[in-house]
Design a protein around this ligand. Structure first.
Ligand SMILES: *[C@@H]1O[C@H](CO)[C@@H](O)[C@H](O)[C@H]1NC(C)=O
Ligand SMILES: *[C@@H]1O[C@H](CO)[C@@H](O)[C@H](O)[C@H]1NC(C)=O
Length: 236
């Protein structure tokens, strides 16, 4: 009885917190932005379309458990202005340098991510190829300590220095291995003590198809967004 009452209280509190923080898409609240990041205008009325695209391309399945995307990650490779837009093709030449990015909530912030810090990763589930993923997943990048804006400072203010715990390894799909999916995943949760995986191959887990899902679980991080592109070697 006591327990039931408490649970009811908690639920009420949660409901209140969510309600009071409810507002339209926080489009102006850029959480983190490199100086020359450009803005993409995705159709935000379609957050379930993002999930459908992730399912159709087996990102949800091969890489991630099912989840409801609550953040959109804008990613732009500055040398060519190629943007990552949910499964477009990008030439390998264009992705040799770190991309610029920013990300924002497509929904009112949930209580769990309100005070959270974020981690952005890039993983290749199709190493060495999608048919023979014997090196899968390959860890390409981990950037931690990205934080949400607090009310007050102007949008775009950098609130914390992000920590690159795994240096950016430019995608380099081998010849004749077809198109690889390169998947960016945004994780929410405490990133203050994150350690890099022991190895890029299999994210150090030593088994095929192991990677960001294991690492997120091990570090108690929640998947809140994903975006991806395809790239392939010119020799096919
Ligand atoms: C978020 O942080 C603020 C300020 O530190 C605190 O007052 C608030 O209770 C926190 N909210 C949650 C959901 O943890
Ligand atoms: C992330 O932030 C925490 C606390 O501010 C700091 O101790 C840690 O070194 C940072 N991590 C990286 C990889 O910079």
């Amino acid at each position: 009885m006591m327990l039931a009452t408490c649970l009811a209280c908690v639920c009420l509190l949660l409901a209140t917190a969510i309600k009071t923080s409810a507002s339209p898409i926080h489009r102006d609240q850029k959480i983190f932005e490199f100086p020359d990041a450009t803005i993409i205008e995705p159709d935000l009325s379609q957050t379930s379309a993002i999930r459908d695209t992730l399912i159709a391309n087996k990102i949800i399945g091969d890489v991630l458990d099912d989840f409801e995307p609550s953040y959109y990650i804008e990613i732009d490779y500055p040398s060519t202005h190629d943007k990552v837009v949910l499964g477009n093709d990008i030439p390998v030449d264009a992705v040799s340098e770190r991309p610029v990015f920013n990300f924002f909530s497509m929904k009112p912030s949930s209580v769990e991510t309100m005070n959270s810090t974020f981690t952005l990763v890039l993983t290749d589930p199709d190493a060495k190829s999608r048919d023979k993923p014997k090196w899968s997943e390959m860890c390409h990048w981990i950037l931690t300590n990205l934080t949400t804006p607090t009310p007050g400072p102007p949008p775009g203010t950098l609130h914390a220095k992000p920590g690159e715990i795994m240096e950016y390894l430019p995608p380099g799909p081998p010849p004749k291995t077809g198109a690889h999916r390169y998947v960016f995943v945004l994780l929410a949760g405490d990133s203050s003590n994150l350690k890099a995986p022991k190895d890029r191959k299999h994210w150090g887990y030593g088994k095929v198809r192991h990677g960001v899902r294991d690492w997120a679980e091990e570090n108690d991080l929640k998947v809140v967004g994903a975006n991806f592109f395809f790239a392939q070697n010119e020799k096919q």
